[in-house]
Design a protein around this ligand. Structure first.
Ligand SMILES: Nc1ncnc2c1ncn2[C@@H]1O[C@H](COP(=O)(O)OP(=O)(O)OP(=O)(O)O)[C@@H](O)[C@H]1O
Length: 288
């Protein structure tokens, strides 16, 4: 692996996505889903995770996807970048219908869609900086990608991203990723997303493995970055209060369909009670 000395470049927020895009592009929805259905085959049995979902998400929205375990939140997020191909229906991102793209075009489209995962999905044996650089892999040729030979600019970008994600201590950058705390890992995952310079971020339960204090820190960080860079966020969550505090829009899933879609202020306790069971810790624990 190639490891270059680290520079001390200042963290400069990117003004892209909503700010860089031409007005015509902004008029189009960031995400448009039409008639999305996903059926998995399991042990010779069909499981329909999503049933005929249609919705649009505008540039700059912060959408919380709520619902009990198994309702289809991860499936919906993964259909949005075709990591899980829909059984039927269309997913249009920034005006591009993903089903109509060639493999190569789909890979290119995915470079503008960042992901943040519950367990951060870092490569434990690799140093922090290399994990962040992995967000640039799609921009390298095949040989460079195989040997993790990143250009100098990418190292500078990775350092800036780590700083924006709240990791200032350069000693950490060369540490193996599996030697970090849960909160540090999540910050590295956010830095890896940042170097992709995405327009859209899909976050799958990014705070589920963190303590309450770190949950707030990570949510503040993601919201701040999304606002500064004009990034659209779609995030699955189990915590009702977190969704109410951070999202500009809540979409609640129930039985594979949309049970509620609106601003947090419209999701009254009585609507919540009609849709979900909430446990003592405020987590959505089941469907009504
Ligand atoms: N690869 C798969 N093969 C078969 N069934 C699957 C697969 N992935 C998900 N499912 C099923 O699809 C349904 C929706 O699962 P999904 O993981 O999208 O739900 P979720 O709301 O994200 O759950 P959680 O909150 O537990 O992550 C579930 O019934 C699940 O068992």
């Amino acid at each position: 692996m190639q490891t270059q000395p680290l520079t001390s470049t200042d963290a400069v927020p990117r003004k892209s996505g909503i700010t860089d895009a031409a007005p015509k592009e902004l008029a189009k929805p960031m995400v448009s889903i039409r008639g999305l259905t996903k059926t998995y085959g399991r042990n010779g049995r069909a499981v329909t995770a999503l049933k005929d979902i249609s919705l649009s998400i505008r540039h700059g929205e912060f959408v919380a996807l709520l619902g009990p375990s198994g309702v289809g939140k991860s499936t919906l997020l993964r259909c949005l970048n075709h990591l899980v191909p829909p059984t039927s229906g269309d997913v249009v991102i920034g005006g591009e219908n993903l089903a109509k793209l060639s493999k190569r075009q789909l890979l290119a489209a995915r470079t503008r869609i960042g992901m943040i995962f519950q367990e951060s999905n870092l490569i434990g044996r690799l140093p922090v900086i290399t994990n962040v650089l992995c967000g640039r892999l799609a921009t390298l040729g095949a040989l460079r990608a195989l040997t993790y030979s990143f250009p100098r600019d990418d190292y500078d970008r990775a350092v800036r991203a780590l700083r924006r994600a709240g990791l200032d201590d350069e000693e950490l950058y060369l540490r193996r990723a599996d030697r970090l705390s849960g909160g540090q890992k999540q910050r590295v995952g956010i830095a890896r997303m940042l170097v992709q310079q995405p327009d859209l971020v899909l976050a799958d339960e990014p705070i589920a493995s963190l303590d309450v204090k770190m949950q707030a820190t990570i949510m503040d960080l993601i919201r701040g970055i999304a606002r500064d860079d004009g990034i659209t966020v779609v995030m699955s969550l189990h915590q009702l209060q977190v969704a109410r505090a951070y999202a500009t829009r809540i979409i609640a899933l129930s039985a594979g369909g949309v049970a509620f879609d609106g601003p947090p202020g419209d999701l009254s306790d009585s609507i919540v009670q009609d849709i979900f069971d909430i446990d003592d810790e405020g987590l959505i624990s089941g469907a009504r």
